[in-house]
Design a protein around this ligand. Structure first.
Ligand code: ADP
Ligand code: MG
Length: 389
């Protein structure tokens, strides 16, 4: 069936009207996120500290009561209409051009168990996809909030985050943790979110770099994630093996690091444990520094995290190392790779008045090495998912 093209200019509500011949019932927005510190700690039942970006995914939506969910995106060519009552999308094997719709349709199928019905959705986003800023969770959370409001589903934000995570696990088939959806739904402006990945409990931690004369840069290193799949799985398996050898449920439970390092014979497992245990301490130390208003000191935590990820967990990549080294030489307070590793982004904390110099130095370092130029984003801790209109 030929559908009218989705206009890419004008407001999302106007585009919705042009595409579907009626106004939306509302427009909802959910942000992407950056994890300040706490890398490879989530699947070890540990701590993470993400904050919401100002960029994210918006969804214009209208309720429908025919049991169908119809989704279109300004960033995807294929429109998809599917029954809300269906099996896990992953089991239906949707072809490539429809695969993006597994996220919103998957959310609708999970929320159906809680009383939600169908809707017509038009999606728009200013987040890069697959850059480690969690466009997938933003898409899920904007959809979940819209369906909750349209159908009067009784679910608070923490519950909604779990439902969105279930959609990604069960419907899309991605075994992600709870961080991305929690960040998108629970973060508040000027704060990071301390999340305990074991209990799911979280608390707000003041984080306002601009007020402290600082800038947090996100540097997309433009390096590929080609190795991530296998290496990520291997790291998870190594952590599980070490926990089993140490007789704890997860590496989060290791209290005596020196004792644990003495027990383990395999030097690789020792390095992995050293990273996870010290990284959890760095999250807690960072929370302490931020609560004390000692923002510049937090740069040292970023540097320690990067060295640990590079040397103990062995997941960094040349562009990330060069970015951090160059930023420090140019006067930044600290920096580290973020995400699973082997590609993706780096964050850099710099005095605001040196941000331009740091950016230029990084760009020059890439040019010297004939690497694809990096991209920069000023990360401002922003409000979590909300209704726009
Ligand atoms: P990340 O979450 O780091 O951006 P993922 O691979 O987890 O990367 O999620 C990216 C996927 O989410 C895309 O390949 C696409 O399927 C879907 N997606 C994200 N944003 C949009 C959008 N605006 N329109 C359509 N699909 C989107
Ligand atoms: Mg994702």
């Amino acid at each position: 069936m030929d559908l009218p093209a989705v206009p890419v200019t004008g407001s999302l509500a106007e585009s919705f009207g042009a595409a579907f011949g009626r106004p939306p019932d509302g427009v909802w927005h959910a942000p992407g996120r950056v994890n300040l510190i706490g890398e490879h700690t989530d699947y070890n039942d540990g701590f993470v500290l993400p904050f919401a970006l100002s960029r994210g995914v918006s969804v214009a939506a209208a309720r429908r009561d025919d049991g169908l969910i119809e989704v279109r995106s300004r960033q995807a060519a294929a429109a998809v209409t599917a029954p809300v009552d269906g099996p896990p999308v992953v089991s239906e094997g949707w072809p490539d051009e429809r695969s993006w719709a597994a996220y919103p349709v998957g959310v609708a199928r999970v929320l159906r168990e809680h009383g939600a019905g169908g809707a017509t959705l038009l999606i728009d986003s200013d987040l890069p996809q697959g850059a480690g800023l969690s466009s997938s969770a933003a898409l899920e959370c904007a959809t979940a909030l819209a369906l909750r409001d349209l159908h009067g589903v009784q679910a608070g934000r923490p519950a909604l985050a779990r439902l969105a995570q279930r959609a990604e696990n069960e419907q899309v088939g991605m075994p992600c943790g709870l961080m991305d959806q929690s960040a998108s739904l629970l973060c508040t402006a000027g704060h990071a979110l301390m999340l305990d990945c074991r209990s799911g409990l979280s608390s707000q931690v003041p984080f306002d770099p601009a007020a402290a004369g600082l800038t947090l840069l996100v540097v997309d290193t433009r390096a590929s994630h080609a190795l991530t799949g296998g290496e990520y799985g291997r790291r998870r398996a190594e952590c599980e093996e070490a926990a089993a050898l140490l007789g704890v449920a997860a590496l989060r439970d290791v209290e005596d690091l020196a004792g644990a390092l003495g027990t383990l014979r395999d030097p690789v497992l020792r390095r992995r444990v050293q990273h996870v245990v010290t990284e959890n301490h760095r999250v807690e130390a960072t929370v302490g520094l931020l609560r004390a208003g000692a923002l510049p000191e937090f740069g040292a935590m970023l540097n320690a995290s990067h060295l640990s990820l590079r040397d103990q967990f062995e997941v960094s990549w040349p562009e990330a190392d060069a970015t951090v080294d160059t930023a420090l030489l140019a006067g930044a307070r600290g920096g580290r790779m973020v995400g699973g590793g082997f590609g993706g982004s780096v964050i850099v904390l710099t005095p605001a008045d040196r941000a331009a110099k740091v950016r230029d130095a990084i760009t020059a370092a890439y040019a010297e090495r004939s690497w694809t130029p990096p991209e920069f984003l000023d990360a401002v801790p922003s409000q979590g998912a909300h209704r726009l209109s």
